[in-house]
Design a protein around this ligand. Structure first.
Ligand code: C2E
Ligand code: MG
Ligand code: MG
Ligand code: MG
Length: 285
């Protein structure tokens, strides 16, 4: 009896797995088509200086809304493109669009772009990135690349080489989602980062629990000592913003300051911020 039930379960599971694989393949095909049709878009979320709330740059975030599948999160389709081996094609389209949009911003603003873990294992990534922004006409000193610890860990030598080549060209490197995953403090010392992005998990609890506050305080102190800039991610309300300012955190990002919006809305946002100045000739630009 149990044997029969067991077999039944295997049938159910294999059907589920088959359906899941079919779904992933449909998603893959739709995504490949969307890239070709230029339907994968990029949105921008402001990163601000917490001292005066001035905008210092924008993070580019991939957006895809399929006619049949609806909105698909980048947390789903970026890993899919990695698994199916076309992250380079996707990322190239995204970086090209992001770099072109950034050209219209005041020159002192940086563009922050997420690199996926597969890209950090591919030694041609540094040359590819520099050639894409070169063709777009974006100064490498205006580009920041966000990478995660997990991505660095996979093949540390290749990742280090990519990062070294990019930094030599003036690109800055941020460590994304810091505090989640396999955080190693030694990596902060040995790997060349310019900036640390404190994960939203700490920020969202900072008003409610003292331990998150202490952790952020310690991260800020450590980064000060290591000469790394700190960005707090996912700031959603004024109390979080005030707490982070009080802790001496230099930069912030989150819905409180602005949700990710498309390139056109980003220009409108900048127009309100730079109301009295000419676009492209803002202070320091
Ligand atoms: P991430 O790089 O850590 O990006 C931050 C995520 O937090 C974004 O989600 C952003 O929309 C969201 N967020 C920002 N502020 C707030 C807030 O105040 N509250 C809340 N609840 N969320 C906030 P999103 O856009 O869904 O992206 C998810 C992840 O997908 C990103 O995490 C990044 O790892 C990846 N991703 C997005 N675009 C790209 C891309 O172009 N290339 C690569 N390789 N990965 C990307
Ligand atoms: Mg990021
Ligand atoms: Mg992040
Ligand atoms: Mg994240």
């Amino acid at each position: 009896r149990s044997k029969r039930r067991g077999r039944g379960q295997i049938t159910v599971y294999s059907r589920e797995i088959a359906q899941e694989m079919k779904r992933a393949t449909q998603l893959e095909q739709a995504l490949r088509n969307a890239i070709i049709a230029d339907e994968v878009d990029v949105h921008f979320q402001p990163i601000v200086n917490l001292k005066d709330d001035s905008v210092v740059g924008f993070e580019a975030l991939a957006r895809w809304c399929d006619a049949d599948l609806g909105y698909v999160s980048p947390a789903v389709f970026v890993p899919l493109a990695e698994e199916r081996g076309f992250i380079d094609t996707l990322s190239e389209a995204l970086l090209r669009k992001a770099a072109e949009a950034a050209l219209a911003w005041p020159k002192e603003l940086f563009l922050s772009f997420n690199l996926s873990s597969a890209q950090l294992m591919d030694p041609s990534t540094s040359a590819n990135v520099l050639s894409i922004i070169g063709r777009a006409g974006l100064d490498p000193r205006r580009l920041e690349l966000e990478i995660t610890e997990t991505a660095v860990m996979t093949d540390e030598d290749v990742a280090q080489k990519i990062v070294t080549e990019l930094r030599a060209a003036g690109v800055r490197i941020s460590l994304d989602d810091f505090g989640t995953g396999q955080s190693s403090l030694g990596r902060l010392r040995d790997f060349s980062f310019d900036k640390v992005k404190v994960d939203r998990a700490f920020v969202s609890r900072i008003s409610h629990d003292r331990s998150s506050e202490h952790i952020v305080k310690a991260i800020v102190a450590m980064c000060d000592g290591l000469d790394l800039e700190v960005v707090a991610e996912g700031i959603e309300d004024v109390s979080e913003a005030l707490k982070l300012k009080a802790l001496g955190c230099g930069m912030g990002q989150g819905y409180f300051y602005g949700k990710p919006v498309d390139a056109v809305a980003t220009m409108r946002y900048l127009a309100t911020k730079y109301a009295t100045r000419e676009p492209g000739s803002a202070a320091g630009g």
